[in-house]
Design a protein around this ligand. Structure first.
Ligand SMILES: Cc1cc2nc3c(=O)[nH]c(=O)nc-3n(C[C@H](O)[C@H](O)[C@H](O)COP(=O)(O)OP(=O)(O)OC[C@H]3O[C@@H](n4cnc5c(N)ncnc54)[C@H](O)[C@@H]3O)c2cc1C
Length: 457
């Protein structure tokens, strides 16, 4: 099968070529920096479509970009001249309330999964934005509000269906293809097309939390108090520290719109009536100048910041895992973070202790279990003319704080195009084993548009 006409006969979903309506919409990904023009976009509706597309790309010798939610910073979900396999139409979610599991299609978003699971008062660890893809986020590890209590998203991955490079379909679980399951838990999109995933769910329904904004002058004290409290805080507490140029939202006084704040975004997933007490250390440290904190459905918090990250926003990222926050690091954060250029830019410090630390380093492919935080510095802005200024701000910030991180690696899902060479450090102690698994399922590196792990020879 080497012609597009033959491929069209093999798939049920739409095949979009440059001359077709909708090509411009379907070639684009979330990060507006990537203006690539694939030869075709296959909008798969089943595993069978994925098999046909993998076989076609391999036999035609074309690049293959696999897209779930399309949120990859380096734009791995699209390519120039190759084939895009877009799974977004396979976004079904089935919840088994007895087993407390969710079966999701390979193109589901966190909004899809949270919506379906919330009807049963259940959830699992996902990202902080509802439009991010479940699959891409989980394959890289998966960090979010629930991680301290429920582990990473990949720790909750029970099984997956994968189309490997030779077009064969594998089911990976603890009994079959267990080495593949190990690799999918943090090894990225290297091993094939994941067409469905099964997750363990937890009793998370109404949470207590939301954003709290403080004056920049209080940032050193807030960051120090955050670092000390999150060390041993109850594990139902998720909270990340960041910077926020105030957007025009009703909970922020109008005369402070456009001002810079430091922020804490909180999510207490224990009993809601205990939430106030759980957040008390964050109130005691300094005056909260604006907040939107209270009981809310977990999916509401998951979607609360979607508006700050619309599709098409130009983005540039740099990231590290962080072990400690010495005073010198906090001073560097305050100096650079307080100059974040837009409301969609900043630094987020996500805690990955608690339940994440109880999983052994070699148990999954996510190798940095000894870090306390996953830190990301992100610039998000609309105008191409500002590319260089925003890159410079991110790089200057990163260079100032990197010496204190205590690690050379960063979270693969927060890496941008120019950090591809960091892959061995980013995967860390699991890199060599990942190369062995890659050699089994993708010996010729068909799946190379990702945080790539070359196959062992
Ligand atoms: C606004 C925003 C917020 C974010 N917040 C968080 C967060 O809170 N926590 C966090 O951990 N990360 C977060 N991320 C990072 C996110 O985890 C990565 O960008 C991730 O790759 C997105 O997955 P996706 O499916 O949306 O992306 P895509 O661009 O579709 O895919 C990214 C990678 O995953 C692979 N992939 C995707 N789907 C499949 C599939 N079905 N089969 C095989 N491979 C697949 C692709 O090949 C590619 O390598 C965020 C990103 C953005 C842009």
């Amino acid at each position: 099968m080497t012609t597009i006409a033959e491929l069209r006969e093999q798939v049920r979903g739409p095949v979009v070529e440059p001359s077709d309506d909708g090509y411009d919409e379907h070639r684009r990904v979330h990060n507006g920096i990537h203006d690539r023009r694939p030869a075709l976009v296959v909008r798969a509706t089943s595993t069978a479509d994925a098999v046909a597309t993998v076989n076609y790309a391999r036999e035609a010798g074309l690049d293959l970009a696999v897209r779930g939610g399309g949120h990859s910073g380096p734009g791995f979900g699209t390519c120039d001249g190759g084939v895009v396999l877009d799974l977004s139409l396979i976004n079904n979610v089935f919840v088994d309330r007895v087993k407390k599991t969710a079966h999701t299609g390979g193109g589901a978003t966190w909004g899809d999964l949270n919506h379906a699971a919330h009807a049963y008062g259940l959830a699992t660890t996902g990202g902080i934005i509802s439009t991010t893809g479940v699959t891409g986020l989980t394959l890289g590890g998966g960090i979010g509000y629930l991680a301290r209590g429920c582990g990473l998203s990949c720790d909750n991955l029970v099984s997956a269906e994968v189309v490997a490079a030779d077009g064969r379909i594998h089911v990976a679980n603890e009994h079959d293809n267990d080495e593949l399951l190990w690799a999918l838990r943090g090894g990225g999109g290297n091993f094939g097309v994941v067409t469905s995933l099964e997750f363990a769910l937890h009793d998370v329904d109404t949470i207590y939390g939301g954003p709290m904004l403080y004056e920049v002058a209080d940032a050193p004290a807030v960051m120090r108090a955050y670092d000390e409290y999150i060390q041993d805080a109850p594990e139902q507490l998720g909270a990340f520290f960041g910077w926020q140029l105030a957007p025009p939202l009703p909970f922020i006084p109008e005369d402070r719109h456009g001002d810079m704040f430091c922020a804490m975004v909180t999510c207490w997933s224990g009993r809601p009536e205990q939430g106030e007490q759980a957040l008390k250390p964050f109130r005691d440290v300094a005056e909260v100048k604006a907040e939107f904190v209270g009981p809310m459905p977990y999916p509401a918090l998951n979607a609360a910041f979607d508006g700050l990250f619309p599709k098409g926003l130009r983005q540039y990222w740099k990231a590290d895992f962080v072990r400690d926050l010495p005073d010198e690091a906090i001073a560097a954060h305050v100096e650079h973070g307080s100059k974040a250029p837009t409301s969609s830019s900043g630094m987020h410090m996500y805690p990955i202790n608690g339940a994440v630390h109880r999983v052994g380093t070699s148990e999954t492919a996510f190798g940095h279990r000894d870090a306390k935080y996953a830190m990301v510095i992100l610039a998000g802005y609309p105008d191409a003319a500002d590319d260089e200024d925003n890159r410079q701000w991110v790089r200057g910030y990163y260079d100032a704080v990197h010496p204190y991180s205590g690690t050379e690696g960063g979270y693969i899902n927060f890496m941008d195009t120019d950090d591809a060479a960091r892959a061995p450090e980013n995967f860390g102690p699991t890199y060599d084993r990942l190369r062995q698994v890659k050699a089994t399922y993708d010996p010729d590196n068909l799946f190379h548009l990702n945080q790539n792990v070359p196959p062992a020879r």
